[in-house]
Ligand binder design. Structure first.
Ligand code: AMP
Length: 285
């Protein structure tokens, strides 16, 4: 069947209800569009988890700070629709802003612990916007499974927590980071990089990879992090917002290896802010 384009919450809800009434399982991939191979890998995973796959494209205003790139965020709906159709998505939810936020809109979901640190410290209110719009999208689509990329690792942990806390009957599936050949994590924002910035950008993954290997093989955490930040600056990155070892589930900072761990980083190159992360496994060189 041809891919359906749904622009209203009522239309999207009806699609979900119809599928569920036939006993079909629904998987969901929320996005902000400007789709790349990372997004499409989520669609592939989603298709393997259900009978019907829904993707959404919505550039959510409440997750952008006043000085962030909301108005300039890339919008390319026609190309995105083609990619989603090609990928075998059954329905695309593409609401206008007024469909999602009424004029007197006021409800927000807040996760004080998980959303306070790391990106949350540098982007106040960002994760309230993310969690709130996802709660709304989950209520409209009614998926059984929702797929999120590990690229936005803090976001993935926040979604897992919110779904458990608010009893959403949804299985959250995490998907590995898809990278360019030189290691740069794919991102809709990579198109902001100048030619010179693009050459600097892979240093982010290189620094994460090296630090993860060093911590995994016994280098003191502080020393590995210091060297990684130095490597980023030497490569041409500007301010580093954070480069931290954290508990993989709670995101609490770690000074020494302990349990499941993740290295998370955010830094600026030119006018672009890049984030990336990697697992740290002790004993794996
Ligand atoms: P966005 O459109 O940036 O909101 O991203 C939509 C979804 O795609 C989120 O779950 C992201 O984590 C995921 N995503 C974005 N880039 C990548 C990537 N390079 N690899 C895997 N997942 C990604």
């Amino acid at each position: 069947m041809a891919m359906q384009l749904l622009k209203t919450a009522a239309g999207m809800r009806a699609f979900g209800q119809e599928a569920r009434s036939r006993g079909l399982k629904i998987s969901f991939v929320p996005t902000m569009g400007a789709l790349h191979a990372g997004h499409l890998s989520l669609v592939e995973l989603a298709k393997n988890h259900a009978d019907r796959t829904v993707a959404s494209i919505f550039v959510n205003p409440t997750q952008f700070g006043p000085n962030e790139d909301y108005t300039h965020y890339p919008r390319m709906e026609r190309e995105d629709m083609e990619k989603l159709e090609q990928a075998g998505v059954d329905a695309v939810f593409l609401p206008g802003t007024a469909e999602i936020y009424s004029e007197d809109y006021q409800t927000f979901v807040t996760l004080p612990k998980l959303a306070g640190g790391l990106d949350g410290a540098f982007r106040p209110g960002h994760f309230d916007g993310v969690a709130s719009v996802l709660a709304k999208l989950f209520n409209i689509v009614g998926p059984d499974v929702a797929v999120f990329g590990e690229k936005d690792y803090q976001q993935l942990q926040i979604v897992r927590r919110m779904v458990a806390d608010l009893h959403f009957p949804i299985e959250i599936v995490g998907a590995p980071v898809i990278r360019e050949e030189d290691g740069l994590a794919m991102s809709s924002r990579n198109r902001y990089l100048s030619e010179a910035d693009r050459k600097v950008a892979p240093a982010m993954y290189a620094a994460l990879h090296t630090a993860a290997k060093r911590i995994g093989s016994g280098t003191p955490v502080a020393e590995a992090l210091r060297a990684a930040k130095q490597a980023l600056l030497s490569a041409g990155f500007g301010p580093i917002d954070y480069f931290e070892l954290v508990d993989a589930a709670t995101l609490a900072p770690l000074n020494a290896p302990q349990g499941a761990m993740r290295l998370l980083a955010a830094a600026h190159v030119g006018t672009t802010r890049l984030i990336d992360n990697i697992a740290v496994i002790v004993g794996r060189p």
